[in-house]
Ligand binder design. Structure first.
Ligand code: Q9C
Ligand code: ZN
Length: 344
């Protein structure tokens, strides 16, 4: 299996996030990707290569140009007034979003939906590198590989057409699905991160050409709260092409496996040419910000189950915050997928 990785991710390192009323150290840190890289290297799973110098003009067909321009310039604007801190919003529009106001603070609240996702000096560099990593990994699938892994951060699945949050700025998985679709493939996205992939849902909500399925903690009790319910099924031509499988806090492998089987049946029925997996490892019982109960033994089962779809598969790293096991679990999914794929 081929992995694509760029050390440019290190340039995104926020100091603090607002979590339930307190500023706490950022959970989404560079050490995450380093841990995955180290485990992959040790496991000898295959080559780990740098991204190609791929164009990222596709970003403008996934995200709105006003949003892209804001992200590109926000930190420079922020630094002129706040030389020693990251950019965080503190005020939001109460009833719908309207147009972004001229004020930087107003724009931060307009484009960000939470205060847990600081923009830092290197956020643009790191986030665009994550897109390049993802598109480069996709190229290996175009070249005939059965699987590839985009080892990227910041993650992406919470980023929508014109908003960021949940540690995400560009929706890497959605960019891959869009690019793959433009290359003529019928694509499904399976999101196994603990949190609902609200950005991915919104990006494809009115489309029937990309199937989006997410298994996640019930938004009735868990972030991102305002999306991810079972009755969100898509709109207009997209009706029936979005599926949410919310599960209660405390869900272990038995409950998870049932939802996964449903998700896999839905993917198979769609008859896609390719699969993008939003691979979050924050379903682990010890994850510091999550409340599922998967164990280390479950990740090989997850990889093997996904492989039974028998599809060219792009894995894109999303969440997972238990640093001591994050690499091990990522390897477990990818290795078991590779082994199963080799026999089918
Ligand atoms: N300090 C992903 O897994 N913050 N994003 C919750 C915890 C939001 C998670 C508060 C969690 C977002 C990609
Ligand atoms: Zn997550």
């Amino acid at each position: 299996m081929i992995t694509v990785y760029s050390e440019a991710h290190q340039q995104h390192h926020g100091a603090a996030e607002l979590d339930r009323g307190r500023l706490v150290p950022c959970v989404e840190q560079p050490a995450r990707a380093e841990a995955v890289l180290q485990a992959l290297t040790a496991a000898n799973l295959g080559p780990i290569v740098s991204p190609d110098d791929v164009p990222i003009d596709i970003l403008a067909r996934v995200h709105e140009v006003g949003y892209l321009h804001f992200l590109k310039t926000a930190f420079t604007r922020w630094r002129q007034v706040h030389p020693d801190s990251d950019a965080l919003p503190y005020c939001w529009p109460p009833s719908g979003r309207g147009h972004p106001p001229p004020s930087l603070y107003g724009q931060l609240g307009h484009y960000a939906y939470d205060a847990g996702t600081p923009i830092t000096a290197g956020t643009w560099e790191a986030a665009t590198a994550a897109v390049r990593v993802t598109l480069s990994a996709l190229r290996h699938l175009h070249a005939g590989a059965r699987m590839a892994f985009a080892l990227c951060r910041p993650p992406g699945h919470h980023a929508g057409p014109d908003y960021y949050g949940g540690y995400c700025f560009f929706n890497n998985a959605a960019v891959a699905a869009q690019a793959w679709t433009e290359a003529g493939a019928r694509v499904a996205i399976l999101d196994v991160d603990y949190h609902h992939g609200n950005g991915t849902q919104d990006l494809f909500y009115r489309r029937d050409d990309v199937l989006v399925i997410s298994i996640h903690a019930d938004p009735a009790e868990e972030y991102p709260f305002y999306w991810g319910h079972a009755d969100e099924r898509g709109e207009g031509p997209g009706r029936g092409y979005n599926h949410n499988l919310p599960l209660p806090w405390g869900t272990g492998w038995t409950g998870y496996r049932e939802a996964l089987d449903q998700a896999l049946s839905l993917v198979a029925a769609f008859k896609p040419d390719g699969l993008v997996v939003s691979l979050g490892l924050d379903t682990y019982a010890q994850d510091p910000i999550a409340r599922f109960a998967l164990t280390s033994d479950d990740y090989p089962l997850l990889g093997r189950a996904i492989a039974t779809l028998n599809l060219p598969t792009l894995f894109v790293l999303e969440g997972g915050y238990h640093l001591a096991t994050l690499g091990h679990h990522t390897v477990a999914v990818l290795r078991s997928f590779a082994l199963q794929a080799a026999t089918s």
